[in-house]
Design a protein around this ligand. Structure first.
Ligand code: UD1
Length: 338
């Protein structure tokens, strides 16, 4: 089976490519390198013992994409290619809509024309907004996300549902909670560009001395310690869920399938709990200061991931501490690389 992985050199993409290769799938990566570096491809090969086929181009270039489909018999796609910075999406909404939606539609057009099924879409818990009740299951009503980034995820889901219904295709929409951590080999991990927006990369860079202090955005939330709560899911666990979701689609006998799964641990952790867990796991200090709340942040989000366990036989296995330990190993690797 040959799987196209768009954005396969990115953070979640690269970990998923390794899992696919280790499960004997052939992998073709298309990635424009806007948020990655070439050494990630080399490291995928080091970890998996196989080198995926790689094409460096932007998926908005339809003619190049068509050539890939001409050259290879593709059986399915996992679509990671997208911009993902919430704040930036507010300043450049058109860039986000153009990049995240046009690239998606271009791949779907090839699937339609060439009669290919099996499409997995990277969605996000952002589609739920601040849900009224915890934990969040797949039937929790969706709310319009505040950011244009979040809206591209909701629109992407709608496009895929229509695609599956109209053309009788199998699709899986995977709603990630907060992915963290790095590969246990310390050869793959997140490469934040500039100042990280997300909590764990900021914590890691602070512990490393690259940042002076972590800003904890608000300690007046209605939670036990006053800081906001999220569901932090280890990236390798998340990557494994993609393989399970793909195998399920491939085994489905019905023509039209629309699967939706929450991928989280089912456990909420506060910002200060993450900081403490990082300090304990790695025996390092993370200086921090309490600041005002960050605009657009929600109080609490954690998953009910029972559906994925029941239907995919998948559940998160790695503890927060273990995930944070791998993050620190990856940071040390990056520092040693120079
Ligand atoms: C955001 C997006 C989510 C996306 C995820 C990963 C929204 C509402 N959320 O999640 O869709 O999938 O990024 O890219 O669109 N925090 C600090 N200090 C920091 C950084 C973060 O205190 O320097 C706090 C935040 O206030 C928040 C928690 O840590 O409470 C997690 O923040 P972050 O890692 O940015 O993820 P989300 O905002 O949950």
């Amino acid at each position: 089976m040959t799987i196209l992985v768009t954005g396969g050199l990115g953070y979640i993409g690269s970990h998923t490519v390794v899992e696919l290769l280790q499960n004997n799938f052939q992998v073709i990566i298309v990635d424009d390198m806007s948020n990655s570096e070439k050494f990630i491809l080399d490291n995928i090969e080091k970890v998996a013992g196989k080198r995926p086929v790689f094409f460096p181009f932007d998926l908005k270039r339809k003619e190049l994409l068509s050539q890939v489909f001409d050259a290879y018999e593709i059986d399915g796609c996992i679509n990671f290619a997208a911009y993902k910075a919430v704040g930036e999406s507010q300043e450049k909404p058109l860039d986000y809509y153009e990049n995240n939606l046009f690239s998606l539609i271009n791949v779907l057009q090839e699937f339609k024309t060439r009669n290919i099924s099996n499409f997995i879409f990277s969605s996000s818990c952002t589609v739920y907004g601040q849900a009224d009740e915890m934990p969040i299951d797949e039937n929790t009503p969706l709310k319009l996300p505040e950011s244009s980034y979040g809206k591209t995820k909701q629109m992407g889901e709608e496009i895929l549902k229509d695609f599956a219904t109209a053309y009788k295709k199998k699709v899986s929409l995977l709603r990630y909670f907060n992915p963290i951590g790095s590969h246990p080999t310390a050869l793959l991990g997140e490469l934040p560009i500039g100042v990280p927006n997300n909590l764990v990369p900021y914590v890691t860079q602070t512990a490393s001395g690259i940042r002076e202090k972590l800003s904890v955005w608000g300690n007046d939330y209605p939670t036990a310690d006053g800081t906001a709560i999220r569901d932090y899911i280890y990236v390798v666990d998340l990557a494994k869920a993609h393989v399970k979701a793909l195998q399920k689609l491939l085994n489905e006998t019905s023509e039209t399938v629309i699967d939706i799964y929450n991928l989280g641990t089912g456990k909420g952790s506060s910002v200060l709990e993450v900081v403490n867990a990082f300090e304990i796991a790695n025996d390092v200090k993370v200086p921090y200061q309490i600041c005002e709340r960050r605009a657009g942040d929600i109080t609490v989000a954690y998953a009910n991931a029972d559906k994925a366990e029941k239907e995919l036989g998948w559940k998160a296995e790695t503890s927060l501490e273990e995930a944070l330990r791998t993050t620190w190993e990856w940071q040390k690797y990056l520092v040693n690389r120079g």
